[in-house]
Ligand binder design. Structure first.
Ligand code: DGJ
Length: 464
């Protein structure tokens, strides 16, 4: 290879290494970045595979209101690095998905007979008082999808809010709604043709269904607005029941590892099949910047399922279908390490047997300079914690990552809550600023949810 070619290749590799968005595993509970360095915003959605690529559809959100912002589409080959493809269904100029409306829980399936992509979703008012299941269609997977209004059953709209879909291996499509109701879809998936299963359970929001070895697993959540709860499931050998209660998915009180179900993706391989639970870690009102994803492999024992341990990082082999844990072999700095420069008021304390630095005013900050390729933050999330802004900048002060991190959870949890993209080896500065804001909201019954204060509790910084 000539010197010129080697130089060009070196530069190209360097550029690639600097691109935000490069990651090497599935990391639950923290922001992901697309090829442009923007946060991946695709909640309440699903994934379908077309050719060798996975397509993720989900709700695009803003940080200021719950109004419909469109449904985004991203694609990936490895399920780690996501490329923004399009706003597959944009906010409409007017009408039921126009300004000041709600559009949620988007699910896309490819219809086997027409080859069209059919998108189903929950449509509503901002106050959740005009709900129905809507649908849109497109010839291309990435859209643009054409919104066709309500999906009809016997000529009438299906007036339900949370919904999901399931495509069986014979190509038949199903609509799931809260409560555990199941409709068979018509052959073209553009209407509902049969009511297969009546209500199983009160609540049972974010309905999610998959099949393994002839058993159907039906997962859903309790009704608690954007707050996380212990999601549970039923099993049956038939979609029309009877359904047997299976219990909760994750250990009691872990609130489904702080997430709410949205879909289960089957990843078949030559020697294994991984069933990946996809959940949303909502963060109201900062749903664009601070909501994240909890994707975990499901474990099976006879007809029971569980996610009994939380895998902070794991990999999926696309050939074998096997899921493996990724070790987080980073250099670790405890929160009271001298390299961490604190400003404002912090206390060095121990909460739930975790040593933490806890901010006690809303203007505190922290910075740390490091030489390496990646930096992450472990927090102890607590019921009175709020948001912090985290940025990573290079030697010239250019900000490479700038994101909002949510340190709140209803029950305490010790976890990685920020990880930078893999960068070119160099010196960088991480800065964390307490914003004085917190996740906090009320539902239509005026029940108040979320954090009670704006504190931050840091347990360690990891560097590679
Ligand atoms: C819970 C649902 O599962 C979400 O999709 C959303 O509708 C929130 N409720 C709104 O409070």
């Amino acid at each position: 290879m000539s010197i010129l070619w080697s130089m060009l290749l070196f530069q190209a590799l360097n550029l690639f290494a600097q691109q935000p968005g490069k990651t090497d595993a599935i990391y639950s509970g923290l922001s992901w970045y697309d090829q442009n360095g923007n946060v991946v915003s695709a909640h309440g959605g699903n994934i379908i595979k077309e050719g060798s690529r996975y397509y993720l559809f989900g709700e695009s959100h803003s940080d200021t209101s719950n109004a419909f912002e469109g449904f985004n589409c991203y694609s990936s080959q490895d399920l780690y690095n996501w490329k923004f493809e399009s706003v597959a269904l944009p906010k409409q100029l007017n009408g039921k998905l126009g300004p000041n409306r709600v559009g949620e829980r988007v699910k896309v399936m490819k219809n086997p007979s027409s080859g069209l992509f059919v998108m189903l979703m929950h449509v509503d008012t901002l106050g959740y008082k005009d709900q129905f299941v809507g649908y849109a269609t497109s010839k291309n997977i990435t859209g643009p999808y054409l919104f066709n209004g309500p999906l009809l059953f016997k000529g009438k709209a299906i007036k339900k809010w949370d919904m999901g879909t399931f495509q069986d291996d014979d190509g038949k499509g199903y609509l799931l709604t809260h409560g555990g109701i199941i409709y068979r879809l018509s052959d073209d998936y553009q209407s509902a043709s049969e009511l297969l299963n009546q209500n199983i359970s009160t609540g049972f929001e974010s309905p999610t269904l998959f099949k393994r070895s002839g058993i159907y697993y039906f997962i859903g959540s309790h009704l608690s607005s954007w707050e996380k709860n212990d999601n549970y499931y039923y099993t049956s050998s038939s979609l029309s029941g009877p359904w047997k209660f299976g219990g909760i998915l994750a250990p009691k009180g872990k609130l489904t590892w702080n997430s709410q179900s949205t879909f289960v993706l089957e990843i078949p391989g030559k020697s294994d099949t991984t069933y990946m639970f996809m959940g949303d870690r909502w963060s109201y009102p900062k749903q664009h910047s601070a909501a994240s994803y909890v994707w975990q492999p499901i474990s099976f024992a006879a007809d029971s399922i569980s996610i009994s341990t939380f895998l902070q990082a794991w990999k999926i082999n696309q050939v074998s279908g096997k899921a493996t844990v990724k070790a987080l072999d980073y250099q670790m700095l405890l929160s009271n390490n001298k390299l961490l420069k604190y400003a404002g008021r912090w206390v060095d304390t121990t909460i739930n047997e975790s040593p933490v630095m806890r901010s006690i005013d809303s203007k505190s900050s922290l910075s740390v300079e490091f030489i390496g390729t990646q930096i992450g933050i472990y927090g102890l999330t607590l019921p009175d914690n709020g948001y912090a802004r985290v940025s990573v900048s290079n030697k010239s002060g250019k900000i490479l990552v700038n994101t909002l991190v949510d340190f709140y959870s209803k029950t305490p949890a010790s976890q990685l809550i920020f990880l930078s993209p893999i960068l070119k080896k160099s010196s960088y500065k991480l800065r964390l600023e307490v914003t004085g804001e917190r996740p906090n909201w009320s539902d239509k019954k005026k029940t108040v949810y979320g954090s009670t204060a704006n504190n931050i509790s840091l347990s360690k910084i990891i560097i590679k």
